[in-house]
Design a protein around this ligand. Structure first.
Ligand SMILES: NC(=O)C1=CN([C@@H]2O[C@H](COP(=O)(O)OP(=O)(O)OC[C@H]3O[C@@H](n4cnc5c(N)ncnc54)[C@H](O)[C@@H]3O)[C@@H](O)[C@H]2O)C=CC1
Ligand SMILES: O=C(O)[C@H]1O[C@H](OP(=O)(O)OP(=O)(O)OC[C@H]2O[C@@H](n3ccc(=O)[nH]c3=O)[C@H](O)[C@@H]2O)[C@H](O)[C@@H](O)[C@@H]1O
Length: 471
């Protein structure tokens, strides 16, 4: 056996991962035809839009799509054609947390992965390398192989690889251009090793060989869950320390700097915040919790669950701090929330801490103004109606105003909460903001973004996450 040279790639799922990942493959490998397919017509239309109004905001993405689209990069809803033509197929569909049934609230919903796998088996008439790109529980590749083998047509053989994605939103294009590593898991059979070599060859067009790690299938699947769990654990650890800082007068920035100087710890990912968000950290940890429970490792499950519980605590603690500081009531007061995305440089709001904050403020009967530079208004309404179940959107709209700019969002407010670290919030004319607010004017910086000293000099009452009130 020798490794197949990949000529045509199909990616099933044109979302935050499939879109940018395969657009970059197309850019870097002009000799490979890349077709990204999705069942969602609106999404595909947006990827194909003449004015490049792409379905996701990601710095640098438009430029990549402009260069490759129509050359060797195509977006389509014709899933079957994409499968038929490809030698290698990425499965990059969503794997959300299950909402009902066995494992509800913890386990990954693998329905989309299974449907895509069944479609590949039903349509393929020749051999394919099938690559798990979605984040999945350990040993999912085995279920995929069973489904493919049980339903395959004559002449169609399948090799399954695991190739988890480590990009972070907001820096996806940079992460894809210069990944810390590319991980490929395969069975250690001659066919598995060949398939692994075929995919490695694709990445080697721009990723240095020493950064392409090849491991066993199950290690690869577990490494993805483990990487996210350990990253999230760092944030929960620093956020746990931020509470101690606030109570003692220590400064979390200084503490993080001091710890991070130890080369064994390292300085990255130690920024205290109002709580982590995003579509994956919570989902993947809960997935790990479920996996541990199903392996009868209840202590391990409890250990990882605590990372998520600490995050929930941090979000609640921050909202409570706002209420406590505003003389124990925010009823009928106007609170401005700056930032609704789960981090800067993305329009994604999945699991954003802002959603929990606004929900808590509404439960205290406050009025809330929201401004975010990238999040669509419709998305905010959808998130809020899901966050406050049982309350009709019309009622929510009586208490919430979505604003077009930061300045108007802050006018007549009692307090401002910085929930996302958008750089433009730092550059606001804070004197003008102060003049437009009710007094005393409060700022709660949940991202350590602002120049607190300058704000205090203007007259603001400033609270920063992880900074103590005691001298
Ligand atoms: N969002 C992120 O930054 C990262 C996500 N991941 C993982 O990647 C996977 C995908 O995540 P996202 O791209 O964020 O999800 P997404 O929800 O943005 O995109 C998934 C897409 O798959 C499509 N789809 C679902 N079933 C399909 C089918 N049978 N045929 C064709 N299209 C189908 C959906 O219509 C949707 O457009 C998840 O497992 C996630 O955990 C991994 C690393 C980073
Ligand atoms: O599997 C995934 O989906 C991805 O999840 C994260 O990426 P992402 O969620 O896009 O963004 P991060 O930069 O990790 O930020 C996650 C959350 O943690 C918060 N955060 C991050 C770092 C930090 O020091 N402090 C902190 O509060 C961010 O504000 C954000 O709310 C991982 O960083 C990626 O490697 C992974 O591929």
């Amino acid at each position: 056996m020798t490794a197949v040279k990949v000529k045509k790639i199909c990616c099933i799922g044109a979302g935050y991962v499939g879109g940018p990942t395969c657009a970059v493959i197309a850019l870097k490998c002009p000799h490979i035809q890349v077709t990204i397919v999705d069942l969602n017509q609106t999404r595909v239309d947006a990827w194909n839009s003449l004015d490049y109004k792409l379905p996701i905001y990601e710095p640098g993405l438009e430029d990549v799509v402009r260069q490759a689209r129509g050359r060797n990069l195509f977006f389509s809803t014709d899933v079957d054609k994409g499968i038929l033509e490809a030698d290698l197929i990425f499965v990059s569909v969503n794997t959300p947390t299950k909402k009902t049934g066995v494992g509800a609230g913890f386990a990954a919903d693998l329905n989309y992965v299974e449907l895509a796998t069944r479609r590949i088996a039903a349509v393929a008439t020749s051999s394919k390398i099938v690559v798990e790109k979605s984040t999945v529980p350990c040993r999912t590749a085995e279920s995929m192989r069973t489904i493919l083998e049980a339903n395959s047509k004559p002449n169609a053989r399948f090799d399954i690889l695991s190739n988890p994605e480590f990009l972070a939103e907001g820096t996806a294009i940079d992460d894809l251009f210069r990944p810390d590593r590319v991980l490929i898991g395969s069975l250690q059979t001659p066919e598995g090793v060949d398939a692994c070599a075929s995919l490695a060859e694709v990445y080697a067009n721009w990723v240095p060989r020493e950064r392409i790690l090849t491991v066993g299938l199950w290690s690869s699947e577990l490494s993805k869950l483990a990487a996210n769990a350990m990253l999230a654990q760092r944030i929960s650890s620093i956020n746990a320390l931020s509470a101690i800082c606030e109570a003692t007068g220590a400064n979390i920035d200084e503490v993080a700097h001091a710890i991070g100087y130890d080369s064994r710890v390292g300085p990255k990912f130690l920024k205290a915040s109002v709580g982590f968000g995003g579509s994956c950290f919570q989902k993947d940890i809960l997935n790990l919790v479920y996996l541990s429970e199903s392996l009868h490792l209840s202590e391990i499950a409890a250990y990882w669950r605590q990372v998520v519980e600490m995050n929930e605590y941090q979000k609640r603690r921050f909202a409570k701090k706002v209420v406590d500081t505003l003389f124990n009531t925010i009823t009928n007061k106007r609170i401005t929330v700056l930032g609704f995305a789960f981090k800067a440089d993305t329009g994604d709001t999945r699991e954003s801490a802002s959603i929990s904050l606004v929900r808590d403020f509404l439960s205290e009967k406050a009025f809330v103004n929201i401004y975010d530079p990238k999040v669509e208004e419709a998305q905010i309404w959808q998130d809020l109606s899901e966050a406050v179940p049982g309350t009709p959107l019309e009622i929510i709209k009586k208490s919430v105003t979505i604003c077009n700019d930061a300045l108007s969002a802050c006018t007549n407010a009692e307090a401002i909460v910085v929930a996302t670290e958008w750089k433009e919030f730092r550059d606001i004319d804070w004197q003008v903001v102060y003049d437009s607010m009710n007094k005393p004017a409060f700022v709660f910086d949940g991202r350590m973004l602002l120049d607190a000293q300058k704000l205090k000099e203007i007259g603001f009452n400033v609270t920063v996450v992880g900074r103590g009130g005691r001298p």
